[in-house]
Design a binder for this molecule. Structure first.
Ligand code: NAP
Length: 321
């Protein structure tokens, strides 16, 4: 039986549905993944840390479970009866606490997956783990994890070490710059419109983008079709220079092109690791994911970003939210 066949058998107990736990379900990526899985017919449980956030999970089509990835008892309760789990929890500070949530959280999830008989664990990571380079980046390219991406990379390692075919399969996804109404893109759009954004460096470095719903559909695809022990980039396949992207967003919101700031000045003004990531050249390939049958709805940010800007500025770019 092919790996895909094995997974389908494991996940699709009734032919089309399976029970999946999403951890970090109230977050930017987590909520979109809950929605995508629910739309595909999975029964989705969403782990949330307080009842108020459970509403977000319900609204996305999932069933909220109260718990914390660092509390094994609550994690076990939520995972009971599930075929798979997806780790998208991240601490807002992305510091030491952030590392615990990502890395200890992964270890804890693996333990629970073993004890509760889960078949698959997907660990969400990010493409900032790669070293910047002028050639295309594939899943085999050199990594250079720093800051937030170090915690993501350690989480990947902790997960992949536990991968074993036929028992528990662990897979890693590395989304690029995920644009949607939230997270970094919302901040960038608001600050470009307010004339407060600066492009770090000369802007010739390429970022790799992907829309939020396409990211979520990639998680859904990898859940059922991905190969255990493998890593998948999640990007739209059309990287673009940062300057081109920033000028496009500025034109869309009726603002002038943002000024540039030198990497040295940016390192002083903001976290130097973040400044490093913003100026890194990362043109990333999605071919491995495409070979699984995934196709992004938006193959370039030029198609997907205008709709997101309408969500952020429903009354038009110059008129506030
Ligand atoms: N945003 C992007 O563009 C992007 C791109 C590539 C990769 N990534 C990666 O994807 C992951 C998720 O990012 P995100 O942007 O979706 O983050 P986010 O919006 O900050 O969401 C994080 C989620 O984790 C939950 N959480 C925090 N601590 C927890 C704990 N101890 N137990 C259970 N849940 C906990 C949060 O719940 P509360 O609401 O209760 O705090 C929230 O639901 C990160 O590893 C990030 O590096 C993000």
């Amino acid at each position: 039986m092919t790996s895909e066949g094995t997974v389908r058998t494991a996940l699709d107990s009734s032919g089309s549905r399976s029970r999946v736990l999403v951890i970090g379900a109230s977050g930017f990526l987590g909520r979109a993944v809950v929605r995508a899985l629910a739309e595909e017919g999975h029964e989705v449980r969403g782990l949330v840390r307080d009842t108020a956030k459970g509403e977000r999970v319900r609204e996305a089509g999932g069933i909220p479970f109260l718990g914390d990835i660092l509390d094994p008892g609550s994690l076990r309760g939520a995972a009971k009866g599930c075929a798979a789990a997806i780790h998208l929890a991240a601490h807002p500070s992305r510091d030491e606490d952030g590392t615990r949530v990502r890395v200890e959280g992964t270890r804890s999830l693996i333990d629970v997956a073993h004890s509760e008989g889960l078949h698959r664990v997907l660990v969400g990571s990010g493409y900032w783990v790669y070293r910047g380079q002028s050639e295309w980046i594939t899943e085999d390219s050199t990594v250079d994890p720093r800051g937030e991406s170090r915690a993501n990379y350690e989480a990947e390692r902790a997960g992949l070490r536990a991968n074993s075919s036929g028992d528990l399969e662990v897979l890693v996804l590395r989304p690029g710059m995920v644009y949607g109404d939230g997270s970094w893109f919302r901040s960038l759009a608001l600050s470009i419109r307010a004339g407060e954004y600066s492009v770090v460096g000369d802007g010739t470095n390429r970022w790799s983008f992907v829309s939020l719903p396409d990211t979520a559909s990639a998680f859904a695809r990898v859940l059922t079709a991905g190969v255990g022990g493998e890593v998948y980039n999640v990007v739209d396949g059309t990287p673009a220079p940062l300057r081109e992207f920033a000028d496009f967003v500025a034109a869309q919101v009726g603002a002038p092109p943002p000024p540039s700031i030198s990497p040295e000045a940016a390192a002083k003004e903001m976290d130097d690791v973040v400044a490093h990531h913003l100026a890194a050249d990362r043109a990333t390939s999605n071919q491995k994911l495409v070979r699984l049958g995934w196709r992004p709805r938006f193959s370039t940010y030029r198609e997907g970003v205008p709709g997101v800007l309408k969500e952020i500025f429903p009354r038009g770019p110059g008129r506030g939210r």
